[in-house]
Write a protein that binds this ligand. Sequence first.
Ligand SMILES: [Zn+2]
Length: 427
Amino acid sequence: MRSTVFVSNGMKWKTMMLWSFVLIAVLVLIAVLVSTIMYAKYWPADPGVDRKDEYLAYFHETYADSRRAFLASVAGLKKDHAGLERGKLIVPSQLDVDLTIDWCYLPAKDTTDKLLILNSGLHGIEGFTGSAMQCMFIDEFLIEGPRNDMGFLFLHALNPFGFKYRRKVTENNVDLNRNCMEGGSYHISNDGYRELADFLMPGGAASTKDLRNRFFHLTSIYKIVRESMGVLRQAALQGQYDFPLGFYYGGKEFEPQIDSLSLILERYMNQYQTVLNVDLHTAYGERGKLHLFIDKPEDNRVEESIGRIFPGVAVDWGDSEDFYTINGQYIEWAGSLKKEGLYIPMLFEFGTMDSQKTFGALKSIQIMILENQGYHYGYSSEKEEEKIKGDFSEMYYPTSPLWRTKVMEEALAMMQLMMQQYEVFRL
Ligand SMILES: [Zn+2]
């Protein structure tokens, strides 16, 4: 009798264990399924604004049209600005003979106090928005003729190859920011990238449907748990100089446009006491929001000047938790060409993917990996090519009229503040 009770208790235990195991397995399966569906469907919501067609008119769908619009804006300025200078830097290419950085310089009327530089397209495809902002700026702030103590320099499409072919990088797969190394040292090793190379740089035809991409969020979360998000982000984004087919590759020497750009920058920057250099970008940050960011300057005067030109604006100084340190920055390198006086660098970044959220950050990295893989190894099908290129384009240049309206509103408000403050800025 006693032994029967014992056996039946033991059986109960086993049955309970089995059921608990089945229950946990089912819950895990549901969690995997739900998160996979949620991740697959994830795309950040558009900002709540009313569409404004007068803003949308600034956005174009090809590099040629954006360049034409910029040149037309510059031509419109000529009658009111006697000292206007303009030109183009031809960027040599194996594939295309029509890649140019177009530039325009408007001198200050009376003094040589201040210069404002506005750049677009350092990251190729981001140039669509940058170009729109440059043309809007010309219409809003320069139509009345030259300013007494402020000159302007516009550099359009710093990376025309990436702009035209909708890539972020140059023809040599080089990220122009990571390429701008002061002192020209390219011998930096990114051990984290090396360790994650299989994950960040897969070979073979790209497909969003293969297992690694269907469960990308799970693999990444596993890696985050193992390495922490900071380590992963640092490895992926800081830049690397060892894998020419990987993303955030900085190259081995200056890209061809850097030398000619340095001549223009040296010529105009050194005529002025103070230079404010604004570099226009897209993708990082909250969708539709303008983020200002720049590495904490070593010179206190620079930080203090930023506070005066952008009062009350939250500036990301690159020291927050979800930030990462990077090698090479065009905007810092440009400053090294200014011999004396004050140089104030600033990045305007218009967010697209809500990359401050986990899914947004993961989706951004996955889209970059797939685009890079497809470019180098091809795509599993035409449909996949369309999907991968489409996602990449949406990430850097959203088609949404609401996003475009919102970033124009944000840019205009920030530029009004910047101009008002820079106008009265004295050293
Ligand atoms: Zn960028």
